[in-house]
Design a protein around this ligand. Structure first.
Ligand SMILES: Cc1cc2nc3c(=O)[nH]c(=O)nc-3n(C[C@H](O)[C@H](O)[C@H](O)COP(=O)(O)O)c2cc1C
Length: 170
């Protein structure tokens, strides 16, 4: 698939086929894509938690009210910002670094025939605290988001669209 087609096909998927597992190789390809993202000063301040355990997936729903899709998701990736990995310039850009890694995961998932839903955690303090508790995140590690993963059980197809009015050409 061409990159433009992958971008066009991505949409948030919130219903997955619980009977179809995701392979380790597929998850590995998502993580490789994540770590190929650009980051400020090349600091790569991200870390990733792969969650396959059903009890843990259900527990996430307890600490984050907008993650109902995890009921059918067969896995999730938590993108964690490690705020200790920075220099004088890069620190303020850590959320952007993590967002770039996240989008790469979403796009690679389309190439793998998988569906995803990006659920923001940071900067909501109560959600961040819930993830820290649940996954034992210590020090300056902060859950940035959780990405639901699974084989789509709903129609795929882009929701995005182009709006000329949002563009200023100079
Ligand atoms: C920063 C961010 C946080 C989001 N948080 C959630 C969330 O908590 N729960 C959810 O169901 N979707 C969440 N989404 C997905 C958006 O609702 C979705 O991307 C948007 O409606 C556009 O739809 P599309 O992804 O299908 O193009 C989030 C997306 C982003 C970028």
């Amino acid at each position: 698939m061409a990159v433009s087609e992958i971008i066009a096909r991505r949409k948030s998927i919130r219903t997955y086929r619980p009977d179809v597992e995701i392979s380790d190789a597929q998850i590995r390809s998502l993580l490789e894509a994540a770590m190929l993202a650009p980051s400020a000063c090349g600091m790569r301040p991200w870390e990733f938690i792969v969650v396959r355990d059903r009890a843990k997936l259900d527990a996430i729903r307890e600490v984050h009210p907008f993650t109902g899709m995890l009921k059918t998701a067969t896995a999730a990736i938590i993108v964690v910002a490690n705020n200790d990995i920075k220099n004088d310039i890069s620190g303020d850009y850590i959320p952007q670094d993590c967002a770039a890694a996240t989008e790469n995961i979403l796009l690679q998932a389309v190439a793998e025939g998988l569906g995803t839903c990006w659920c923001g955690v940071f900067p909501k303090a109560e959600h961040v605290a819930g993830f820290s508790r649940l996954f034992g995140l210590e020090g300056n590690r902060v859950a940035f988001n959780v990405i639901a993963l699974g084989v789509p059980a709903e129609e795929e197809g882009s929701r995005g669209f182009y709006e000329e009015g949002k563009v200023r050409w100079e």
